[in-house]
Design a protein around this ligand. Structure first.
Ligand SMILES: [Zn+2]
Length: 512
């Protein structure tokens, strides 16, 4: 089968846009999408596809098994909050698809070898650099930071992907993939490694499928490593050879060595999800090099489109000014938030308060503002009639919530709908919205359902109850000075008061 050349891609993309959703392989029965979904609550889901640079309706190859790959961490240091935004985004996208009735198979890699300090093969292996600095083996370093990462996912209520795969466990798959690329003539063996032949793959106009940049634009301002035996400085390593000081090495048909970073994602994505996957996500920094290279390797090996929807999220920025950082210039990590006594799920809500394609400015105050919304929702959960059926008016909110999600994952709008519904429940004194809230929480992931259960079972300690009773008396006598004092006392002991318009008050424990 002919490889899709760059020129052919452009015209086929134009044709595809004219013809509607892309289907691969040809003749595949489409499932998913507005025309195909069964049931009245199912709606078209739109997402920005970096491949077409437009918001497209998502059409799954198989609605019962949407294939989704997201780039995971390189485990050489603790992931900072900027990294965690990425995993919250991937989790939210998956949850939003599930809310729409899709079953999603999500695969995420753990890079424990081959990711150099520069994304373009130059420098030192990141894991080995930490290992040398910390006097540990690369395996110890990788396992240590992997376990911290997985614990952070759990604290942020990020659902574990169906498959989490470490690069070092998949060396044989990478070798097999490299062999296929060589067989098809898109790579060559040199003394210092097996290299992907970028210029041959890209053809005459040499533009990338994803970045649309020429090779010179793509690498402008970057110091390219000029291994003397590379045909072109743009070629990248699939397998690195003859690096005797590198600690992690494996035998291959070309000699002892280790894989390049990009081949890891291609090999593992295709092993677990097939040659063509529905969705691949990652940070926008991956567009010009990592994802461009993943496409080149995968498609040259299989002759098929690698990814149908490439989805990229923007960064968390402005963290330099954050005072919670342990040392200046270091990005804060989840533990810093916990030390500042901020509920980690407030960070999750903070991330949802911005569109995923917008930069989000981090500050501890902004996360605390999100925490107020979190406790507002928890406070509602404390007093809500969980057993009662929802009021009919909640249906309109459910539809608006779904419409926001399906509009290119507009989470700030979805969140506004949730808060508006709770406001209305308070205002109209009709609190029969718990079923709907629990459904919303399947996407928000702020453990609201657990709150309903927890708060129902919660026993208020006698000394706290005494303060609460005294405050109720003060409020009934309109002694607001005393009431405020008691509020502060309760706060100091970890309990938040919320006063309702009807004169009643609610109390709930703060997190930790
Ligand atoms: Zn990747």
């Amino acid at each position: 089968m002919a490889i899709v050349s760059d020129a052919a891609t452009t015209s086929s993309e134009e044709q595809r846009r004219a013809a509607g959703p892309q289907v691969w392989p040809p003749g595949t029965q489409l499932v998913g999408g507005s025309a195909n979904l069964k049931g009245s609550s199912l709606r078209p889901f739109f997402i920005y596809n970096s491949l077409s640079r437009s918001v497209e309706e998502f059409i799954a190859l198989d609605r019962d098994r949407v294939t989704y790959y997201s780039c995971g961490p390189t485990v050489y240091l603790r992931q900072h909050l900027g990294n965690m935004r990425s995993y919250i985004f991937a989790d939210t996208l998956k949850r939003a698809l599930e809310f729409n009735g899709y079953a999603v198979r999500h695969v995420m890699n753990i890079t424990d070898v081959g990711h150099m300090t520069s994304d373009e093969d130059a420098g030192e292996d990141k894991v080995e650099k930490t290992a040398r600095a910390e006097g540990r083996s690369p395996q110890e370093v990788a396992h240590f930071y992997r376990d911290l990462f997985l614990a952070d996912l759990n604290v942020l209520n990020i659902e574990m992907p169906e498959v989490i795969c470490a690069a070092s466990d998949h060396i044989a798959d990478m070798i097999a993939l490299i062999a296929r690329i060589l067989e098809r003539g898109f790579a060559y063996v040199a003394h210092s490694g097996v290299y992907f032949d970028v210029e041959k793959y890209r053809g005459a106009n040499r533009r990338g499928r994803l970045s649309r940049q020429s090779l010179d634009e793509q690498h402008a301002g970057q110091r390219l490593e000029h291994a003397p035996d590379k045909k072109s400085p743009h070629d990248f390593a699939l397998w690195v050879l003859n690096q005797p000081t590198h600690l992690m090495q494996w035998d291959s048909p070309w000699g002892r060595g280790y894989p390049g970073w990009h081949i890891e994602c291609s090999a593992m994505a295709m092993k677990y999800l097939g040659a063509t996957i529905d969705i691949h996500s990652g940070g926008i920094d991956h567009v010009p090099i990592h994802h461009e290279n993943e496409i080149a390797q995968s498609e040259s090996a299989t002759g098929r489109p690698f990814v149908r929807y490439f989805v990229h999220h923007a960064f968390l920025v402005g963290m330099e000014g954050a005072k919670i950082s342990k040392s200046a210039g270091k990005f804060p990590v989840l533990e810093d938030l916990i030390r500042a006594r901020v509920n980690p799920l407030a960070f999750r809500l903070f991330c949802l308060s911005a569109k995923y394609r917008s930069e989000l400015v981090f500050s501890i105050d902004a996360v605390r503002a999100a925490e107020r919304n979190l406790y507002y929702l928890y406070g509602f959960a404390a007093s809500a009639p969980v057993e009662e059926a929802d009021s009919p008016w909640t249906q309109a909110y459910r539809e608006r919530f779904q419409a926001a999600l399906n509009d290119d994952l507009n989470t700030p709008e979805a969140l506004a709908v949730v808060l508006e519904m709770v406001n209305k429940a308070y205002r109209d004194n009709d609190r029969r919205i718990c079923g709907t809230l629990k459904q919303f929480d399947r996407v928000l992931g702020i453990r609201l359902a657990e709150q309903f259960e927890y708060l129902k079972r919660l026993k208020v300690p006698a000394d706290i109850q005494a303060l609460i009773d005294e405050r109720a008396q003060a409020r009934s006598k309109k002694d607001f000075g005393r009431s405020d004092e008691l509020r502060m006392q309760l706060q100091a002991r970890g309990w938040e008061a919320k006063d309702n318009r009807d004169g009643t008050s609610e109390y709930m424990p703060r997190w930790n």
